[in-house]
Design a protein around this ligand. Structure first.
Ligand code: ADP
Length: 278
């Protein structure tokens, strides 16, 4: 059984339907990417799966139980969430924010413990933030801040992680670093990861399972190597493209068409050069 499922989900805002009868099963222990054009419903679906948003119709299930009926603390022990563009309270340090991830484990009789301390330390180390632990979050760069939020979700130590565009604000090197980190958490610890990604090529590289949304419905889902086609990209993203095999991973690599197709200076061109280079 899939740990996270959504059945017959409909979401409407002011009677405008933005998700229409969606059915999703998130494979346990795998990385799932939600992709689609702007406004296709990715964030809304992620919010339904994490109980941040109550659907107009249908039910989301966590470990077979309707998520709407589970106590928030119990959900927080199983689901870690990185929302889109989170804002840290003013003056909060990196360590303090990461420590918030331990909140679901605290009760009136069980205060801050050695285990909490260890989990915070581990999350800081994994995200390479130990040196920045005493800095205020608001003084960090966008990329560093994003890592702090990921560290908080890691400190929560949940078997499932839901992330809405975890690579936003990051330059290419840091994007790869974060995606490699999530990949490692999945491979080493078997965590189930669901993330909204803008970049289709990154999604194809990192996800075992891809869910493609278009205008509030799912138009494809499965192994990226099996479901991504030029026709699907045309429909879901509104672009013409050529799909080639990623030279490093063999996964689909979408090369969008452009009006001008030749570049005289580029040594990496795959179309025939005007003058042969020997
Ligand atoms: P995506 O993540 O794919 O860009 P979203 O899930 O954010 O798409 O949004 C899907 C649609 O729902 C968009 O048309 C957006 O404007 C609309 N929408 C999302 N949240 C709200 C809201 N709180 N109120 C009204 N409309 C919303």
């Amino acid at each position: 059984m899939s740990a996270l499922q959504a059945k017959d989900i409909t979401v409407a805002f002011d009677k405008v339907r933005v998700l229409e009868d969606l059915n999703v099963e998130i494979p346990t222990g795998k990385i799932t990417a939600l992709v689609g054009g702007n406004g296709s419903g990715k964030t809304t679906l992620l919010r339904v799966l994490s109980r941040l948003l109550k659907p107009t119709g249908g039910t989301a299930y966590l470990d077979g139980n309707a998520i709407a009926h589970l106590p928030p603390r119990e959900i927080a022990r199983r689901l870690g969430i990185l929302p889109q563009s989170p804002v840290a309270p003013e003056g909060m340090t990196v360590r303090e924010l990461v420590a918030q991830g331990r909140y679901p484990y605290q009760t009136w009789y069980r205060q801050w413990s050695e285990e909490d301390e260890e989990m915070v330390q581990k999350a800081l180390e994994t995200t390479h933030l130990t040196e920045l632990a005493e800095r205020q979050v608001e003084h960090l760069s966008g990329g560093q801040r994003q890592r702090v939020w990921i560290a908080m979700a890691l400190a929560q130590n949940t078997p499932i992680l839901l992330l809405d565009e975890p690579t936003t604000y990051l330059d290419l090197a840091h994007q790869v670093e974060i995606l490699d980190l999530l990949d490692e958490l999945n491979a080493r610890e078997g965590r189930t990861i669901v993330m909204v990604l803008h970049d289709l090529n990154q999604a194809c590289r990192y996800a075992h399972h891809i869910v493609v949304l278009q205008k509030g419905t799912i138009v494809a889902s499965g192994d990226p190597c099996e479901v991504i086609t030029e026709e699907l990209v045309r429909g879901a993203f509104g672009i013409e493209c050529r799909l080639i095999a990623d030279p490093l991973t063999g996964t689909p690599l979408c090369v969008p068409s452009m009006r001008r197709t030749n570049c005289d200076n580029c040594v990496m061109r795959t179309i025939p050069p005007k003058v042969s280079v020997s």
